[in-house]
Design a protein around this ligand. Sequence first.
Ligand SMILES: Nc1ncnc2c1ncn2[C@@H]1O[C@H](COP(=O)(O)OP(=O)(O)OP(=O)(O)O)[C@@H](O)[C@H]1O
Ligand SMILES: [Mg+2]
Length: 272
Amino acid sequence: MIQLKNVNLSYSKHEPVLKNIDLNIPEGKTTVIMGESGSGKTSLLKLIIGLLKPDTGQIMIASKDITRAKGRTLAKIRHSMAMVFQNGALFDSLKVWENLGLPLREQQRASIRRIRKEAEKLLERLGLEGTSEMMPSELSGGMRMRVAIARALISKPRILLYDEPTSGLDPVMSDNICEIILDLEQRENVTSVLVTHQLMTALRVGTHFVMLHDGEIIFQDSAERLLESDDPHVQEFVRSGLEVEKRGSALRYLGERLAVPGALPSGLLSMT
Ligand SMILES: Nc1ncnc2c1ncn2[C@@H]1O[C@H](COP(=O)(O)OP(=O)(O)OP(=O)(O)O)[C@@H](O)[C@H]1O
Ligand SMILES: [Mg+2]
C-alpha cells in the first residue's frame, strides 16, 4: 500500500534526519512506528502524507510516487490520506464542528449544512455527542484527541496516520483511542500508520512494527520478533515499556484499594 525506497531527508544543511529508509506498509493493517524522541517519527509521517519532500528516494502510495506527483494527481493522492497530528493540533478559535469541517471545505467546498450533519454523525460515533458547539479549550485531552480523529475521518481517507494519539492520556482513555483505531481497521479496512512511545499502545493496535533509531530503521517485523529481538535499542524500549506498564497497574490497584476505607495500612496511605 505504502512503500518507501531508499528515502533520505535532511532539514536545510543539517545532519540527515532520516537515512536510507526502506519501508513496506501493508494495506488494511496497522503499522506502528516506535523510537525515542528526535528519532524521526513525525518527519516520516510528514513524508508519507507529502508535507515534506525527501532529498532522495521514492514514496509510493498505492503505486503512485507522491514525491513526483503534481497538481491534480498530487491532490488526489493527498486526499486519500489524513493525519492526526501530535497533540491533536485543533484550531483553538474554531468550534468543534468548524474544526471538523475544515477538510471538507478545503477539499470539496461542502455546504455548512452538510458539514454540520457529517460532523455531528462522526462526533456521535466517537462518543462526543453534544460537543459540536464547544470550543477545543472546553474539552479534556482525550476528547480533543477524539475530535482530531473525527476531523481526520471526515473526508473518508483510505490511509490514516496517527502521531502519538495516546500520549498524555490516562490508561482508560488510551484504551478507548486504541479501540477506535482497531474498529476503523476492522470495519473499514483503513490502512493505519501509528507513531507511539508506548509499548502497550503499540502491542494493542499493531500488526507490523518498525523501530527508528537516529533516523535509521533498526527493526521491522512482527510483535513476537519485537519481544524477542536481541538489538539493544529494541530491548531497551521493550524493557522500559514493561516497567511503565507495571507501575501503571500498581497505581491502578492502589487507587482501587484506596477507594475502600480501611483497605490499606495507614503507613502505606501516608506514602501515597
Ligand atoms: N522543521 C524542522 N527544522 C529543522 N529540524 C527539524 C524540524 N523538524 C524536526 N527537526 C529535527 O529532526 C529530528 C527528528 O524530528 P522528529 O520531529 O521527526 O522526531 P520525533 O521522532 O517525532 O520526536 P518526538 O518523539 O519528540 O516527537 C530532530 O532532531 C528534530 O530536531
Ligand atoms: Mg514527533
